[in-house]
Design a protein around this ligand. Structure first.
Ligand code: BG6
Length: 545
């Protein structure tokens, strides 16, 4: 094994360094669905880490908004327990820090469809502005079940919460479909220098193309596109951001990053976990919607995009959208040729028996929801024409691993064909996203000795050992970016719709044929055998990870 010595960590003054030094303006985070799992496991721990590490203003405040009857103190106590459990920085380590953080936590109880609740919220926010000088800045976060998204946004619009100035009688109402005014008189206003309002929307963003388009329309009646932050937590992962740095801060990759040198690309997101306690959501979603439509399509776009003209939100997202636009939706026949689905049956993970999907809690015993998907995409542009991108994801696979492997074409001449070396292994560049974060390159090397005998070796860069710092959680980066108004790592409207256009064509193809006989892979195996046969037909095989 060859390892790479890294130069000492120097802050990149161009982008990342400058971003690190900024502190967001004072603001209130309004968390719809504060009692839910995401808020407890991810959002509050991330916020608290930012707070402890002094990346938030001292008067930063949170208003939780949910249906349960709680007092401010009840919410503080509940959140404290979760932060203690899930955050890097524990309240018990520095109780004084938690206490000052908790002074900025408030709760508003309301049903999501109750206009009075939003008035109460507006009044509470103004009070907090007065008490804590939060300057009218608001970051709204939709972390409720998705069926409430449009209702909440509409209610916010009607209560004037999205605007940085009150609605005036001269504002012109806008319409849902361009044919007439809406009931509520609200107008999306651009952010002003004085104060800002932004909204973060959690996934799933729609259920298919039509519902995603509808949600986009509904949100855009209340917020401008600049105010909308569609979150994809994969984009907040350190190693995912490094894809861009790796590709565009180094000159050596660009010339070989194309169909001339690349044979194929494999993106795998394997999980050893099953559906846990999320079956009621997962069974209506499935692997395609849950992972491929969003996280994996984003990984593909980052790997395949052209260099942007600069690292601002518009340029980066323009290039990602261009890649997604170059993937043609499948016809039903193409779905059968290019996409495989699977569902796990009983098996074992790390020697422990685990039930099949249909026996998980809250899963119907005849469910045809897929827990595995493998697909082959082609990007119809000059750089990638003819290069297959294989995407593979499944639950209850043998281990948790996410990586992107770029396999290069073989050397043009097999010079060593009369030696033991005539079975040359291809060069593979692997971007290891998680859990062993790093980058490796596989190449052939001569074994020491008289004969020409070859062996594949790996050149490795490893985040942990090179930088010696723990990478922060994706939600920390993304929440902070939303507070400073940087939407580069959030998904734009056209991207979301393009990703759904591709995935909806798969869903439609599946609807036309009876589902495969499920279960078709054993928990703890690498997926259904049809997936192996599928890639073998191309003369390739799945990478061993
Ligand atoms: C979520 C999916 O978006 O991502 C989950 O809904 C999945 O099903 C999770 O387990 C994986 O995220 P990570 O960061 O653990 O790879």
């Amino acid at each position: 094994m060859v390892s790479i010595l890294t130069t000492p960590l120097v802050e990149n003054p161009l982008r990342f360094g400058l971003r690190m030094r900024r502190t967001p303006n004072p603001c209130i985070l309004v968390l719809f669905g504060v009692t839910g799992d995401l808020a407890h496991r991810k959002l509050l721990p991330a916020i608290y880490n930012l707070y402890v590490e002094r990346r938030l203003p001292a008067n930063f405040s949170i208003v939780g908004f949910a249906r349960r009857a709680l007092s401010d103190d009840d919410m503080r106590n509940d959140l404290k327990a979760s932060v203690e459990k899930y955050a890097r920085n524990k309240p018990s380590h520095r109780p004084g820090v938690w206490d000052s953080f908790a002074e900025g936590l408030f709760y508003v109880q309301s049903n999501f469809d109750d206009p009075e609740g939003y008035k109460k919220l507006a009044a509470r926010l103004s009070e907090i502005d007065q008490q804590r000088a939060t300057l009218g800045n608001r970051l709204f976060y939709l972390s409720t079940p998705p069926e409430f998204y449009s209702m909440i946004v509409q209610q916010m619009g009607a209560a004037g919460l999205a605007n940085t100035r009150p609605i005036s009688s001269t504002d012109v109402p806008i319409s849902t479909n361009g044919t007439g005014p809406l009931n509520g008189a609200f107008v999306p206003l651009p952010e002003t220098d004085m104060s800002w309002r932004r909204i973060v929307v959690e996934k799933p963003f729609g259920h298919d193309l039509a519902s995603a388009q509808q949600l986009n329309r509904q949100i855009s009646e209340v917020f401008t596109e600049e105010q909308i932050y569609r979150i994809d937590h994969y984009l907040g992962k350190e190693t995912v951001q490094n894809i861009l740095v790796f590709r565009f801060a180094n000159g050596i990759w660009e010339p070989i990053w194309s169909r001339r040198y690349v044979d194929s690309v494999q993106i795998i997101v394997a999980e050893s976990l099953g559906v846990e306690d999320r079956a009621s959501y997962y069974d209506t979603s499935g692997a395609l919607r849950d992972m491929l439509q969003n996280h994996m399509m984003q990984l593909l776009a980052l790997v395949a995009m052209e260099p942007p003209s600069s690292f601002d939100a518009q340029s980066v997202r323009d290039e990602k959208a261009k890649v997604l636009r170059s993937i043609k939706p499948f016809t039903p026949v193409e779905v059968a040729q290019n996409v495989i689905r699977g569902q796990y049956g009983p098996g074992a993970i790390l020697g422990q028996p685990v039930p099949g999907y249909r026996h998980e809690q809250n899963v119907p015993p005849d469910s045809d929801t897929e827990t595995y998907v493998a697909a082959r995409f082609f990007i119809d542009n000059w750089r990638w024409s003819g290069v297959p991108f294989y995407l593979r994801h499944g639950k209850r696979l043998p281990k948790r691993v996410t990586e992107i492997a770029i396999q290069f074409r073989p050397a043009p001449l097999a010079l060593f064909q009369h030696t033991a070396a005539d079975e040359l292994q291809p060069n593979v560049l692997v971007l290891h996203i998680q859990p062993d974060e790093g980058i490796s390159i596989k190449f052939e090397s001569k074994l020491p000795g008289q004969d020409i005998r070859l062996r594949s070796v790996d050149m490795n860069f490893n985040y942990g050992s090179s930088f010696g710092i723990e990478t922060s959680d994706a939600y920390e980066r993304l929440l902070w970016d939303a507070m400073v108004g940087d939407s580069t790592l959030f998904t734009r409207r056209d991207e979301v719709e393009l990703m759904w256009m591709i995935t909806t064509s798969i869903l439609e193809g599946w609807q036309r044929v009876p589902p495969p006989t499920f279960p078709n892979y054993r928990a703890g195996s690498w997926g259904p055998s049809v997936a192996d046969e599928f890639i073998a037909r191309d003369g390739r095989q799945w990478r061993r990870v």
